[in-house]
Design a protein around this ligand. Structure first.
Ligand code: PHE
Length: 347
């Protein structure tokens, strides 16, 4: 009998000890440890169950019942403490890890049209409004189209004007200018009158500097028909410059040389960097070349299928990046191909 009363008292002690220990548990790990110690397989309360067999039949139900009550009390207390610990830790997180909702969000970076392409598109648009049609021709050309048909024979010193990237296929080059497109367009449209623009990338094996790059865009202009004069050329190009830069822009045409035009000229614009005083961008001339131009050479007309005694024409090759330099007041052409986001984002 004494033994049984001892067990009942012992169960009270087990309950008290468990509840005492639980009241100082502060976190999830502590809860786990407490569960093992106080409700696990070899915890004091569970051991009482294994001892039931040794207890007299009369007292066994009372002891069993009490053990069950203690176990349930401990489980309920664990539940409650768990709730408390989790709420406390959430509150602590909310207090210490405050979300600053006033911080600006992260923007998804948006791409945009490259400034060289923007300038190209604007140039094309202006000429289209004047009635010129866009015509595409290949970037990989034969030497015949890039040179010979444009009146630049093999070994002729004029080839030095275009330092060329040769490919591994003999006689095949990266076009050094868009002028070979003149031949493609003439051969396709002969004998109809022509008004085309040929935009696209060209390649030069050149030392780069503030106004020269090894790759850049050109827009070739070609008009062929009867009674086309230099006056038409000058008017077309000046009209373009006024549309592109404003009514008061100072543009001039100075004599130049190209094998495929006769006579030939350069279109130059006041250098915006130095105000025409002379600087590295304009090679100390005060003027910046934006295009080469001229009346289509009779041999070139002939190579395109047009009889030079009946037809005449003018051609020009514009540099959109040069034009963008002027328009957006950029002082180094190399920015266009360095892909520096800080530069590109300004357009
Ligand atoms: N193709 C010449 C160049 O790249 C420019 C040009 C085009 C000149 C048409 C005259 C006529 O330098």
């Amino acid at each position: 009998m004494a033994e049984e009363e001892n067990v009942l008292a012992e169960l009270d002690g087990i309950r008290r000890a468990g509840l005492d220990a639980l009241s100082s548990v502060q976190d999830e790990a502590g809860l786990q440890a407490w569960r093992t110690t106080h409700l696990g397989r070899s915890s004091p309360v569970m051991l009482v169950f294994t001892r039931l067999g040794q207890i007299s039949k009369e007292m066994r139900p009372a002891v069993g019942q009490k053990a069950n009550q203690v176990k349930q009390a401990l489980e309920a207390a664990l539940e409650e403490r768990g709730e408390f610990v989790r709420t406390a830790s959430l509150r602590q997180k909310l207090d210490t890890e405050r979300l600053d909702i006033t911080l600006p969000g992260r923007r998804n970076p948006l791409g945009r049209i490259h400034p060289a392409s923007q300038a190209l598109a604007e140039i094309v648009h202006i000429f289209e409004e004047m009635g010129f049609q866009e015509y595409r021709s290949p970037e990989v050309e034969t030497e015949e189209f890039n040179f010979e048909l444009l009146n630049i024979p093999e070994h002729h010193p004029a080839r030095d004007m275009w330092d060329t990237f040769h490919t591994t296929v003999p006689g095949t080059v990266l076009r050094t200018h868009t002028s070979p497109g003149q031949i493609h367009a003439m051969r396709e449209m002969c004998p109809r009158p022509i008004r085309v623009i040929l935009p696209g990338m060209v390649y030069r094996y050149e030392q780069t500097n503030a106004s020269h790059e090894a790759q850049f865009n050109q827009v070739e202009l070609l008009a062929v028909g009867k009674n086309i004069t230099m006056g038409d050329m000058k008017g077309t190009i000046e009209g373009f410059a006024r549309r592109m830069f404003g009514e008061h822009v100072r543009v001039r045409m100075r004599p130049s040389y190209f094998p495929f035009t006769e006579p030939s000229g350069d279109i130059v614009m006041e250098c915006f960097v130095c105000g025409s005083k002379g600087c590295p961008v304009c090679k100390y001339s005060g003027w910046l070349e934006i295009a080469g131009c001229g009346m289509v050479h009779p041999i070139v007309l002939q190579n395109g299928g047009y009889d030079p005694t009946i037809y005449s024409g003018f051609a020009a090759g514009l540099g959109p990046e040069r034009i963008a330099l002027l328009k957006y007041q950029v002082n180094d052409i190399r920015y266009f191909f360095q892909n520096d986001i800080r530069f590109l984002e300004q357009f």
